[in-house]
Design a protein around this ligand. Sequence first.
Ligand SMILES: NC(=O)c1ccc[n+]([C@@H]2O[C@H](COP(=O)([O-])OP(=O)(O)OC[C@H]3O[C@@H](n4cnc5c(N)ncnc54)[C@H](O)[C@@H]3O)[C@@H](O)[C@H]2O)c1
Length: 475
Amino acid sequence: MSDRLMEFTQTPFGKSLANLLGLPQPPRLNRAKAAWADRPLDGKFVTVGSGNGAALAKPLLETLAAAGAVVRIVPEHAGLAPVKQAAAELGIAVTGNPAAESGAPRSHALLFDASGIASAEQLRELYDFFQPLVRSLPSNGRVVVLSRAPDEIEEIGLKTAQTALRGFVRSLGKEIGKNGTTANLLEVADGGAEWLSAPLRFFLSEHSAYVTGQLLRVGKGPKGGEPQPLTGSLAGKVALVTGAARGIGASIAETLAREGATVIGMDHPSAEGGLGETMSRIGGHGLALDVTAPDAADRIAQEVVGKFGGLDIVVHNAGVTRDKMLRNMSPQQWDLVLNINLGAILRINEGLLKNGLKDGARIVCISSIGGIAGNAGQTNYGSTKAGVIGYAQALAATMAKRGGAINAVAPGFIETAMTAAMPLGPREVGRRINSLSQAGLPQDIAETVAFLASPAAGGVNGSTLRVCGQNWMGA
Ligand SMILES: NC(=O)c1ccc[n+]([C@@H]2O[C@H](COP(=O)([O-])OP(=O)(O)OC[C@H]3O[C@@H](n4cnc5c(N)ncnc54)[C@H](O)[C@@H]3O)[C@@H](O)[C@H]2O)c1
């Protein structure tokens, strides 16, 4: 469904009228048009800074150089020494402060390694780096801050300062979103530095256009896992996507196929027609099966083990709503939503863990910001979507032991048949209450799912990533 306000405010007349009336002017987001590239930042300028005592300069610069970026460093800032040293060790050429060169192209991204900031006073280093530069960010630019994972820190000053970074990034995201620019935080746990490359590439690329104001924890990879490039990492993988006939599920199937995966799209038998169309478009295989069927896991295993040798990726996307205030909700409405959105996920995984999942398999479950913020009329739906977040945390260790991972994606307001059916007023509000003033597209969820489905995202396990344009609900 098209966003008429966005179309209108992009015209000269619409822009002037919007300025006059104080209407939101949603920026046009640059979304990926092709598969993951080897050098997504080719020729783009990226300005890098670092706090005192920071430890992540090396993986940071290595990733930027491999992605084709031209690295700029800000002279005479607190953490200049580790950045310069890492650049020298890696033989990476760096250039000076863009502000000093008149007419120089703007930097596409600002990256700051804040992993050494250990006190309230030292947070000033963050201000000193970003304050003069933030105004020069172009539209569709990127800000990424690197920190330590606060859950691993006991020292009071360090834990306080590292947690403070969350508030900084979330607030900055709200300031720069009107330009289509995003701000995200990568929290690096012990052993996570070597797994930084894929998350950094994702956040710096057009594949994360609708992800902003979020934090993602990167830890040590799974048992037997080796860091590998994101590009090409899904080639030859076998992926099951539930609810693949339409909407977000169809887009996930399409995106996984774009990255080279063989897709088995599953949907309810009543959606077999749509499923067939989607699968023939992407060269996938259809499986008409209700996720709540008691033998669903066995039927999936029967379908995939003989023909494809098992599953590398499972995406639990099928979901329904049956909204009613709790006082008016029937037990059938409660049971149906709980069964499809949550019970089926646990039962299918339990079965597939015994037979059907390959070692190293990665599972992605679709949650919702409704499970984080709650919604009147959605006690059933909100329970399932919050349950999915807990489930991903609970199963993470088991998956890591098998060399794999499980994560969740929490979409915000996404343009689908489900949201198109909403009345105009709530739909318009739903679209605008986020830092990018617009709804996401199914592609936005699909891009994040594909990233989390990749073995290159090996350091990400048990996490939930919101794809919501920094929706104000539950933020
Ligand atoms: N659209 C949004 O704004 C939004 C926001 C947050 C979360 N989500 C979640 O994203 C997922 C996809 O949502 P969507 O908007 O694409 O919905 P949709 O209704 O367009 O698609 C859901 C698909 O799931 C299938 N399905 C439903 N019950 C099934 C069952 N028992 N067995 C097999 N398949 C079944 C449907 O046939 C359909 O093809 C859902 O889990 C939803 O809760 C959507």
